[in-house]
Ligand binder design. Structure first.
Ligand code: UD1
Length: 421
């Protein structure tokens, strides 16, 4: 078991370079199953979720090689298995994308139900609804989803999502890619990683339009060919470093970002008194003095991301006045970290979907424990901003999504160490 030991109080300064987007990478890697030929993918983050996916692909028969600097080459031409290793599949959430990609290429898939961060009940009924609309027969057991070609064959179709789901939108895009006819996804999610997946697939020869709007159209093609693609920078990693500077104070240039993707986060941090300057592909964040309280409601993109809820909450715990933080995507998400922040002196009361955060002048160090990826990142930020020493346990969660976090924070002047117990 490893933990982070953080001695709080250091201001952050210098530059940090953001890695490729986790939630794009974990979709694009399974999407390589659709391609016959070599995919060279750049800006792939070196995080444990990516390593698990690469192991799953290798186990299915893909040839996979990794170079320094975030480049991965994958050739799935010789994949024949449609039954990915269940132990690996259960280690992460995004393994559900194997369902869409295997179904599209082979007309069948037998995939264990995913694991990963369980900060809420996370149904996949909208993914299944999409696969069925595309002509799949679906057999669900307690542990598995078994997809086969239904009596009418697999074909494009219209799918109207009942909830705006990132995962279902991407899974249905993948499933429809190689099917005859046209698929239209209505009420689709619009997150930047959906556009990135569509751009990757189009680079390899797919015919997808409308990604980034609420209507995505996929005209099925016979096959996809290999090519080169670079993954976009990680919006949430960038937002996490911005929140860290906001909470701990300092002056940091956050490099390798798409400032437009950061608007929803930038505007809230600005309201809280943080100075933010956008450049072409970087953002300068300056935080001096005490933050001001704010009202934030999470929403699907382009709204404030649920994956930044915990990090902004830390900023609120030390802002002046009463902040209100409302969660509208995953209602139970507060329970992953608010009690840990309370151990550090935060004053948070939860009423239904809203956390009322009464800002204190300071947090103090404590022994706390990550219960999911973003909750873990928030506890790291809290440790950086607190007086005294904080130990963050269960850091496996953090390392699922943040590349070299200790190294990056240390370069900014933070006092953080990874200690093996
Ligand atoms: C993805 C992200 C996760 C982020 C979330 C919301 C990945 C790997 N994970 O998760 O980091 O927090 O988007 O931005 O990209 N829902 C259903 N039925 C479904 C699917 C979803 O009811 O079949 C509901 C969920 O319970 C939730 C909402 O829809 O309330 C949004 O979930 P969704 O966008 O699907 O999240 P994920 O794709 O799992």
């Amino acid at each position: 078991m490893a933990r982070y030991k953080i001695v709080g109080g250091n201001r952050l300064s210098g530059e940090v370079t953001i890695s490729g987007a986790k939630n794009a990478a974990v979709a694009i890697l399974p999407a390589t199953i659709l391609v016959r030929g070599k995919c060279r993918i750049e800006n792939v983050p070196d995080i444990s979720d990516v390593r698990i996916l690469l192991d799953i692909l290798k186990d299915l028969g893909a040839s996979v090689s990794r170079e320094e600097g975030g480049v991965v080459e994958i050739d799935c031409t010789n994949v024949t298995s449609t039954h990915p290793n269940p132990e690996l599949v259960r280690k992460m959430r995004a393994s559900y994308y194997l369902m869409g990609s295997l179904l599209s290429r082979f007309g069948k898939a037998n995939v264990a139900l995913p694991g990963g961060c369980n900060f809420a009940s996370r149904p996949i009924d909208q993914h299944i609804k999409g696969f069925m609309a595309l002509g799949a027969s679906v057999e669900e057991t307690e542990d598995y989803v078994n997809l086969t070609e239904g009596p009418m064959g697999l074909h494009g179709n219209r799918v109207s999502l009942d909830v705006v789901s990132v995962g279902a939108t991407m899974n249905i895009i993948m499933a429809a890619c190689l099917l005859p006819g046209r698929t239209i996804i209505e009420n689709a999610a619009k997150e930047p990683h959906i556009v990135d997946l569509a751009n990757f697939l189009n680079t390899m020869g797919a015919n997808i339009s409308g990604a980034g709007t609420d209507t995505v159209k996929i005209r099925g093609v016979e096959s996809l060919r290999g090519g080169t693609y670079a993954i976009i920078p990680d919006q949430i990693e960038a937002g996490t470093y911005m929140a860290a500077v906001a909470a701990a104070g300092g002056n940091v240039l956050v490099r390798n970002v798409i400032p437009k993707h950061m608007d929803c986060i930038t505007s809230k941090l600005s309201e809280m008194g943080v100075q933010i300057f956008n450049y072409d592909d970087s953002i300068r964040v300056i935080s001096e003095g005490r933050l001001r309280c704010a009202t934030v409601k999470t929403r699907p993109y382009p709204g404030f991301p649920t994956d930044m809820q915990a990090q902004i909450c830390v900023c609120m715990t030390i802002a002046s006045g009463l902040s209100k933080l409302t969660e509208s995507v995953y209602e139970t998400r507060f329970f992953g970290y608010c009690s840990e922040l309370a151990n550090m002196g935060a004053d948070i009361s939860i009423s239904g979907k809203t956390a009322n955060v009464n800002g204190r002048k300071k947090l103090h160090g404590a022994m706390v424990c990550a219960r999911d990826l973003r909750a873990g990142a928030a506890l790291v930020i809290a440790g950086l901003a607190a007086e005294g020493t904080t130990y963050v346990g269960n850091i496996g969660y953090v390392e699922r999504g943040y590349e070299r976090i200790v190294e990056k924070l240390t370069a900014l002047g933070a006092d953080i160490q990874r200690i093996e117990d």
